[in-house]
Write a protein that binds this ligand. Structure first.
Ligand code: ZN
Length: 358
């Protein structure tokens, strides 16, 4: 075939018995020299000629997978190979020979297939995130040495003390009385985590939250707002429920999955500590976590003969307080456990009332 010179038979002439050879380079596996050849099919064999020539049964050849940019390669049993220069002609040759790419390759090729595969990956990841990660986080949190949790909690409290807390203004006798009352309550289940109350005056208004160290922080504003010891016991029991289930640690581990976990397992708390104060204050626990803590609190109050209406009143009072002082509520960090109640206060109150009737 001579480039530039019109074929005397013209393009519409009867088809030639053999399709045009496919341009390729042959590497014999002995030297790096490419040999320019033309590849054809003859029966069940591939053969090429040009600067080199060779013939080989098709079933002995290995064909590289087709991908958008890679050069296709045909490998001989002895390791010698062809690199195809004219992919389109090669595809036609394959088509004529009845050779079909495996469905995997064709799937990789089509963007629809790629989207499907991507969708399947995303679904698998979501399922992992939804089901496996919480399980793993729970197991990891339970396996953490107490010293790690202690150091994390202490560190967080130190940061919060420096930034937004002031020493409690409550009379020492009142603080001691609250501590003693809560300590006197029987827990709903065995395995009570170690806890201690920390009273603070705060710029975040009425609030309470629990740190991995076992510190349950109660703000003066919460004590003043509720002004009801039974209700405060309910609040503390709810926080003890969070501690019992290690909700904050699980959330930290889930949120920062790999980094946090490796750091924590290696006993390095610094990287996690940097992120934790914000997380502790923005402890927007999952609906399930809040329900678990509410259930724990309800069981504890019942066990000690305290009416659940006291805890139900907490949510109503907090909602009222937030409505009365919208500016203050807006300034508060979102979700410091009680302020942005999630599930809604109404839902929690309804659940507690239902539990109270049982
Ligand atoms: Zn909570």
């Amino acid at each position: 075939m001579t480039a530039g010179v019109p074929d005397p038979a013209g393009p519409d002439a009867a088809p030639t018995p053999a399709a045009p050879a496919v341009a390729a380079r042959y590497f014999d596996g002995l030297s790096s020299r490419p040999w320019r050849v033309g590849l054809r099919l003859r029966g069940d064999a591939a053969e090429f000629d040009g600067e080199a020539s060779r013939s080989c049964p098709l079933h002995q050849l290995r064909l590289s997978e087709r991908s958008r940019h890679a050069v296709r390669r045909v490998t001989f049993p002895d390791g010698a190979y062809l690199e195809i220069d004219d992919n389109a002609a090669f595809e036609r040759l394959l088509g004529a020979s009845g050779q079909r790419d495996s469905w995997v390759v064709r799937l990789q090729q089509s963007w629809r297939g790629a989207l499907l595969a991507l969708g399947a990956c995303v679904l698998a990841l979501l399922a992992g995130y939804q089901y496996l990660l919480p399980l793993a986080a729970g197991a990891i949190a339970a396996a953490l040495p107490p010293a790690v949790e202690r150091r994390l909690g202490d560190g967080v409290l130190a940061v919060l003390d420096a930034r937004m807390f002031a020493p409690s203004q409550l009379p020492a006798a009142r603080r001691r009385a609250l501590q003693a009352s809560f300590a006197a309550l029987a827990p709903p289940r065995p395995g009570v985590p170690p806890w201690q109350l920390q009273f603070r005056a705060s710029r975040i208004g009425p609030n309470a939250f629990a740190l991995p160290s076992g510190d349950i922080v109660l703000t003066d504003q919460m004590v003043e707002l509720l002004d009801d010891e039974a209700a405060l016991m309910g609040v503390l029991a709810h926080e003890l429920g969070h501690l019992h289930q290690r909700h904050l640690m699980r959330r930290v581990i889930q949120g920062a999955a790999l980094t946090a976990t490796t750091s924590l397992l290696l006993g390095d708390v610094s990287s996690v500590l940097a992120a934790l104060p914000a997380l502790a204050l923005d402890a927007k626990y999952s609906r399930d976590a809040e329900r678990e803590a509410d259930d724990y609190a309800a069981a504890m109050l019942r066990r000690n003969g305290i009416g659940l209406e006291h805890l139900a009143a907490v949510f109503a009072k907090l909602e009222q307080a937030a409505a009365d002082a919208p500016a203050h509520a807006a300034a508060a960090p979102p979700g410091a456990d009680y302020l942005s109640s999630h599930p809604s206060s109404a839902e929690r109150i309804a659940r507690l009332r239902a539990a109270g009737r049982r």
